[in-house]
Design a protein around this ligand. Structure first.
Ligand code: IMP
Ligand code: MG
Length: 170
């Protein structure tokens, strides 16, 4: 059996998600909130965030995949389930920012659709791993350079349903 250690427990996680929700609620007091959940990793985070925002939100999805190219990894869009976002205030909900490649691809891609505003909310950030610079507008936790699992994050598609953020001790 894998030896799973807890990095951020459920209580700490839920407390921080509530804080982020309140921040967003305040910043978007006079705006419509359009959450864009990046599948699959952000699913739990998006749901808990949305439930804690005390005003109406719309939720849409897209799925990205990164694949290994000749000597660097590339990001591609594998499913775009978004409605027209022109003139909308959108918030991208990401599970974790690691190298920064995913968001450096996605943000310019979505800007072409001419949203009124676009912000990024990430649950986790590993700034020490950045290959291309990227700064989120809302960040739950900055973490050290560890491969984490749980609360949507997977290792080979497993462990997503852990209610906490953990890591596997070798
Ligand atoms: P980036 O493009 O390197 O910033 O990576 C972003 C994506 O890589 C995330 O959306 C995750 O799907 C995946 N990822 C990065 N670090 C981890 C991790 O520690 N655990 C699980 N997935 C991760
Ligand atoms: Mg992801």
């Amino acid at each position: 059996m894998d030896n799973i250690k807890v990095l951020i427990d459920e209580e700490k996680l839920q407390k921080r998600v509530k804080e982020l929700a309140k921040e967003i609620e305040k910043d978007y007091k006079d705006k419509e909130i359009n959450l864009i959940c990046i599948l699959k990793g952000s699913i739990f985070f998006t749901c808990d965030l949305a439930k804690n925002i005390n005003k109406n939100v719309k939720i849409d999805f897209l799925r990205l995949a990164s694949y290994e190219g000749e000597n660097s990894s590339k990001v591609k869009l594998v499913a775009n389930l978004l409605p027209n976002i022109e003139n909308k205030d959108v918030i991208i909900i990401e599970d974790i920012i690691d190298t920064g490649k995913t968001l450096n691809y996605l943000v310019p891609y979505l800007k072409k659709e001419k949203p009124k505003s676009i912000k990024v909310c990430t649950l986790l950030d590993k700034p020490s791993r950045r290959v291309v610079s990227f700064k989120a507008d809302y960040t739950g936790f900055e973490i050290e350079d560890k491969f984490v699992i749980g609360y949507g994050l997977d290792f080979d598609q497993d462990y997503r349903n852990l209610p906490f953020i953990g890591y596997i001790e070798k």
